[in-house]
Write a protein that binds this ligand. Structure first.
Ligand code: ADP
Ligand code: MG
Length: 338
């Protein structure tokens, strides 16, 4: 599995998915511009971006739903336009909006898809049984698709994608519109499907989702790639330090000085109190910035407690998706100016 921060591939053989300079315009609107990336066999990668970023359009070009305006894509070495049948044989795709056949029973629907995928008749029962097992839907196999909960319909959508055991799975927003429990079930399911021989691409607008599932993330905004990196590296790259926030009753200079003596602490600053007093929270917030890769919470807590400063709260400060985007978009503007 490639977890390197580099966008180029290590010597792991030919890329399972290859996109080169993909570009898509709809009339006068440019939805995707110059998008290139590669995914190695066995990787699970995330497409992360706000609504309208171009995620679905990119995935539709990669899956051969429609051709790019320019550029090309291949799956398992087959061009998705010129060798569409071969490319599709290696691909399972869950579109953003699935048109499941709601008046069919789950098994019948899956047998129908297996037939469309030209899975040999003698293998259909075995394949459908396997796909239902892999997605945990055996117990609803005789129910009508239209009567299932949204979470289960999404599982059926994933089951149709994995039919025929394709080496590449492309899932467009597989958890959108699900309740929290269903989301966590689907995430676990995707993690289970992403084994060493299967390549998975999923799109999402939720940052923690890619952190939980993906080894690399491609960030899209405005139809362009802003960054390609391991999720942990993204935050590292965008923020020089890891940050912890401590809320204390009294933030004395003595306390700040003693916190600065903790190993790997780079900076200690007192956060300016919110002007509107909206939080109404007690005490003062101190931001302790640490070198990446170190968690000194215990030491920080003991300094505060031992110094009698009154520790109210201590927690890591994580970057929100919005902050990451703003920072990336800001960097992109900077680099375009220079
Ligand atoms: N079929 C289409 N016709 C016209 N514009 C489209 C079409 N599909 C997508 N777009 C536009 O392309 C941009 C990217 O959309 P999309 O790829 O769906 O983004 P995402 O999946 O990241 O939310 C949006 O501005 C959207 O309105
Ligand atoms: Mg989309």
């Amino acid at each position: 599995m490639t977890v390197s921060s580099s966008a180029t591939q290590a010597d792991t053989g030919p890329a399972e998915i290859c996109a080169e300079h993909l570009h898509k315009s709809f009339g006068g609107t440019v939805a995707v511009r110059d998008v290139s990336f590669q995914v190695a066999r066995g990787e699970v990668i995330g497409f992360l971006g706000p609504n309208g970023a171009g995620k679905s359009t990119t995935l539709r070009m990669v899956t051969g739903v429609f051709p790019p305006t320019s550029g090309r894509a291949s799956i398992a070495g087959h061009d998705v336009v010129r060798e569409a049948i071969l490319a599709r044989r290696n691909l399972g795709y869950l579109p953003e909006r699935t048109s499941l056949y709601s008046d069919m029973a789950v098994t019948d629907y899956l047998r129908f898809v297996a037939d469309m995928k030209q899975i040999p008749a003698r293998e259909v029962t075995k394949t459908v049984t396997w796909a239902m097992g892999a997605t945990g839907i055996e117990h609803v196999s005789h129910r009508l698709v239209g009567n299932l909960s949204k979470g289960y319909r999404q599982r059926v959508g994933i089951a149709q994608a994995v039919l025929g055991d394709p080496s590449v799975l492309i899932l467009d927003e597989p958890t959108s519109g699900l309740d929290p429990e269903q989301v966590s079930d689907i995430r676990a399911l995707i993690r289970g499907l992403g084994d060493e021989k299967r390549t998975v691409v999923l799109s999402t607008h939720i940052l923690p989702e890619v952190e939980m599932i993906c080894s690399r993330v491609i960030i899209l905004a405005g139809g362009r790639i802003l960054a390609v990196d391991a999720p942990s590296q993204l935050e590292r790259r965008l923020r020089p330090y890891k940050e912890f926030a401590a809320r204390v009753v009294e933030a004395s200079d003595v306390l700040l000085t003693s916190l600065r003596t903790v190993d790997h602490v780079a900076e200690v600053v007192v956060e300016a109190a919110p002007a509107d007093e909206e939080s109404g929270a007690e005490g003062t917030r101190i931001l302790v910035r640490l070198e990446h890769g170190f968690d000194m919470r215990r030491e920080i807590a003991s300094k505060i407690v031992d110094g009698g400063a009154g520790l109210l709260e201590l927690q890591p400060v994580v970057m929100t998706l919005e902050e990451i985007f703003l920072k990336l978009v800001g960097e992109t503007h900077e680099s375009q100016r220079s």
